[in-house]
Design a protein around this ligand. Structure first.
Ligand code: DAH
Length: 331
């Protein structure tokens, strides 16, 4: 035991060598501990105590040696305090997070607040409450990931489910944006993935009209894609809105003159929208004779592709630092 006191080291490296020699998993003291099982029972008590003391003392001694060097590390006369420090590696925000935040901020300026809901959902919130017919193809197993069939528990296929969750809890006025991840059973390719992200917006109050929707969309497009961006609404169909529309914006690459990106039409589609179907309001306990509302939903990947001309969806989930670094300045 006296030997422990005599341990010496000239620098931090030597202390580490001592630590490895005695205290590491394969060190001498650990070896002795391993051999302990062969000690005859009548000596176990004595030997055990001795070993524990030895280990404790060695640890103490090594700590003392470390402390003595720590003092020596304090700046001395020849330390150059003006030397630049090591560069700190900074992470960057993910492009989808940047765009999600931008979309939510724009709606925030119109008075919308953020609402979120679960990714694991039931049929009611994803489909039935939103006026999907019993045999609607979107319920098909081709599109929906099922967790269980009875009861039907699924991964949500769109963030419209959050509309229902909020309307069930709250009476109008309701003004929410719902960002989140959604899942669909698609083969993965450059333009489809089995999960992606959406932002949904919902406004319900007395006298909400299609003109209000159009005005909000025009403001949104100008803020996100730049002043002067034009919008176009084409009639469409969604079970949960009536009337429904899809919104195109003037192509932000060619300014609407026509290019490969917009397939020479001058327009690119970015979102679906419409007036909330009265059945949906009633399903959620909101009186459709008093209130009306508009809703819209868009894919964050799609908007990001348009803003930054990313042409392969898979890049968003590969975590390739060379791709992610390109968004540093957008942070
Ligand atoms: N939920 C739709 C989808 O996933 C998007 C959508 C369309 C949302 C129209 C809406 C809407 O709120 O009004 O394709």
């Amino acid at each position: 035991m006296g030997e422990v006191e005599g341990l010496k080291a000239a620098n931090a490296g030597e202390i580490e060598t001592l630590r490895i020699k005695y205290l590491s998993k394969k060190g001498e003291i650990s070896q002795l501990m391993n051999d302990f099982r062969d000690v005859p029972p009548e000596q176990k008590r004595e030997v055990g105590q001795y070993l524990n003391q030895l280990k404790e003392k060695t640890q103490q001694k090594i700590n003392e040696l470390k402390d003595s060097f720590a003092d020596a590390d304090a700046p001395s006369g020849d330390t150059d305090l003006t030397r630049t420090s090591y560069p700190v590696e900074m992470g960057t925000r993910h492009p989808l997070s940047i765009v999600k935040k931008e979309i939510c901020d724009i709606f925030g300026r119109l008075g919308f607040s953020i609402a979120e809901g679960p990714e694991i959902e039931d049929d009611w919130h994803v489909f039935s409450s939103l006026n999907f017919a019993e045999d609607h193809p979107a319920r098909d197993m081709q599109d929906t990931f099922f967790i269980s069939h009875n009861p039907e528990i699924i991964l949500r296929t769109h963030t419209s489910s959050v509309q229902t969750r909020v309307m069930e809890q709250q009476q109008p006025p309701i003004r929410i944006v719902c960002p989140g991840r959604v899942y669909r059973n698609e083969a993965i390719s450059y333009r489809a993935h089995c999960f992606f992200h959406q932002v949904e917006a919902l406004y319900v109050d007395r006298n909400v009209s299609f003109a209000d929707l159009r005005q909000a969309l025009l403001f949104f497009a100008g803020e996100l894609f730049g002043a002067g961006t034009r919008i176009r609404l084409r009639p469409s169909y969604f079970p949960f809105t009536e009337p429904s529309a899809e919104m195109d914006i003037s192509c932000n690459l060619c300014g609407g003159r026509g290019c490969q990106f917009c397939k020479h039409t001058g327009w690119v589609e970015i979102l679906g929208c419409g007036m909330v179907h009265p059945n949906v309001l009633d399903n959620c306990g909101i009186d459709s004779r008093i209130y009306s509302g508009y809703a819209l939903g868009m894919g964050i990947e799609r908007v990001t592709n348009l803003k930054y001309q990313v042409n392969d969806l898979r890049l968003f989930s590969e975590n390739d630092i060379r791709f992610l670094r390109q968004f540093e300045s957008a942070n």
